[in-house]
Design a protein around this ligand. Structure first.
Ligand code: GLC
Length: 550
């Protein structure tokens, strides 16, 4: 089979020895039908391509670090923690919305696109954050939430006045509900049209009634949005995470993925391209082909798109031990990503439960999914607290997603070093165990694992930008692949299996005739004989192999 190297994985389960030729395992998992893989990335015009190399980190400012004792995280607190983030090795921060907002949807209801919520600070503090972050080589990306505004936004307040004011068409108005959506954002209720008494018409909202949809069919809206983007870019913001950009335009009952959205993203991209070295990542839910379409030709739409299918597959591999769905998802992305485009791998975010719930409470499981995320061909996005294994919280202030939005845990004190006051939401369980200070004391902690894997990735061009070549994906638990780069190839071998050792045999490239070093531990791993590397891997083990030095 082209592109797949021969090899054998043998598993021992309950005394039964199993042997599977790798090609057979790949065919069984669906990977066998795929063509050989080419380079995943190439250099796109504009910028130095940092977005293809760095590890990203998602911050909920409200829950990261409180500096003034009001129990609410703020920008000054985040500035105080930049050294931690730089030390962790991440290279870019995505800040969830920090704009003025009534917080009906935790900031995803923006009342002013050119300001900072007073809970978090002001523009001066934001400028300081940019400066301090840049001094530490950290990029800063803002959340671009323009499918809708808050119903408190001055644009909406003006628009609802009458049907002939200057902003009358900036929102989606109709005399009667003009249609329902085939798709639904389930947690926001089933109503998509709400009567506005002032205007005597209904307005459309994909999300809450407090989040009226902007009308991108009025060109003035896009012009205003592009102006606003330029305003932040001019200030030095490094890019944006675009909130639901596939929902910008509706043709009821089709509310998602409308072809008209592509032209909008292209124009947004032009705004970014006017500034060197900026990038935007699109939050696209959907099938792989729907998601990858938002990368356009690789240089005319989003620089990156989140790849949630791979996230679900990572959860499955981490919890159940079978990586074949993950292998399939990765291969699909590798084959269909346009040159220059990048898929983003996540294990969680502010809309999902915490990884101990979605993957496993077993630290070894959290480590193996992190190793996968940080070695697969794409951009890893870490959700704050994931690196210490934060658990779900119990309290709900806004909606059930608050369970994954509890304060960061810095130490083992009652409020975990997050605040000197009362946290805006109850801390999650496990503060004493799952915190930075405690995990820093243990060389085998989850945090230590993240630190070393991120450092390894940052120092290894093959892991950052190398092409991908599948070696094996077996229901016995092993996913193995090469990352190839002129600066040196790496062989990544991940055993997700939950119980029982596996024996793995993989032919090595010529020039790899010596022993192999696992760069995660610095130890020699297995043995190479007659051009075949052979090792016995305990459950939930991940290796990044390179030929041992002279
Ligand atoms: C996105 C965000 C989510 C938010 C919604 C509406 O899906 O991730 O948190 O509620 O958009 O803005």
């Amino acid at each position: 089979m082209p592109g797949v190297r021969g090899g054998v994985i043998r598993g021992r389960r309950g005394g039964l020895a199993l042997a599977l030729p790798l090609a057979a395992a790949l065919v069984a998992s669906g990977c066998g039908s795929k063509k050989p893989t080419g380079p995943v990335v190439s250099t796109a015009p504009g910028g130095d391509g940092w977005h293809r190399r760095v590890v990203f980190y998602q911050v909920f400012v409200r829950s990261f670090q409180d500096s003034d004792g009001d129990g609410i995280g703020d920008l000054a607190g985040l500035i105080d923690r930049l050294d931690y983030l730089a030390g962790l090795g991440v290279g870019a921060l995505w800040l969830m919305p920090v704009y003025p907002s009534p917080l009906a949807d935790s900031g995803y209801d923006v009342a002013d696109y050119r300001g900072i919520h007073p809970d978090y600070g002001d523009l001066e503090t934001f400028r300081l954050l940019l400066d301090e972050a840049h001094q530490r080589n950290l990029k800063v990306m803002l959340d671009l939430v323009v499918n809708h505004t808050s119903n408190q936004h001055p644009w909406f307040l003006e628009s609802r006045q009458s049907s002939d004011n200057p902003k009358a068409d900036w929102y989606v108005w109709a005399d009667a509900p003009a249609g329902d959506c085939r798709e639904s954002n389930v947690i926001f209720g089933s109503e998509r049209w709400t009567l506005d008494e002032a205007r005597g018409q209904y307005f459309f909202h994909e999300f809450l009634p407090a989040q009226p949809d902007l009308n991108f069919r009025d060109p003035a809206v896009l012009e205003e949005v592009r102006g606003m983007m330029g305003w932040w870019l001019e200030m030095g913001v490094d890019g944006f995470r675009a909130d639901v950009p596939y929902q910008y335009v509706e043709s009821w009952p089709d509310c998602w993925y409308q072809p008209e959205t592509f032209a909008i993203h292209q124009q947004m991209r032009q705004t970014l391209d006017a500034y060197p070295g900026r990038a935007m990542v699109g939050e696209i839910q959907g099938k792989p082909e729907q998601v990858l379409a938002y990368l356009g030709n690789g240089s005319d739409a989003f620089h990156l798109v989140f790849y949630f299918d791979a996230m679900y597959a990572l959860w499955g591999a981490g919890s159940g031990g079978d990586p074949t769905d993950l292998a399939l998802a990765v291969q699909l992305a590798v084959d269909d990503t346009p040159p220059g485009g990048v898929v983003a791998y996540t294990l969680g975010n502010h809309d999902m439960f915490r990884t101990p719930r979605t993957v496993s409470e077993d630290v070894a499981a959290l480590k193996i999914v992190a190793t996968a995320q940080l070695t697969l061909p794409g951009a890893p996005f870490i959700y704050y607290g994931e690196e210490v294994g934060l658990l779900n919280g119990q309290e709900v202030v806004v909606d059930f997603r608050d369970q994954a939005r509890t304060p960061m845990q810095w130490d083992g004190s009652g409020t975990a070093g997050f605040t000197k006051g009362t946290p805006w939401i109850a801390m999650a369980d496990g503060v004493k165990t799952f915190n930075v200070a405690e995990e820093d004391r243990h060389r085998d902690s989850l945090l230590a694992h993240y630190r070393s894997l991120i450092a390894l990735r940052n120092a290894t061009p093959a892991l950052q930008e190398g092409s991908y070549e599948a070696v094996a994906a077996s229901p016995l638990g092993v996913l193995a692949f090469f990352r190839r780069h002129d600066a040196g190839d790496r062989l990544v071998v991940l055993h997700f299996g939950v119980e029982g050792d596996v024996i793995v045999e993989i032919p090595t490239p010529s020039g790899w005739a010596t022993a192999l070093t696992d760069e995660v531990t610095g130890q020699t791993s297995g043995e190479v004989r007659d051009g075949v590397w052979r090792a016995t891997l305990p459950p939930r083990t991940g290796l990044v192999l390179a030929p041992a030095g002279p």
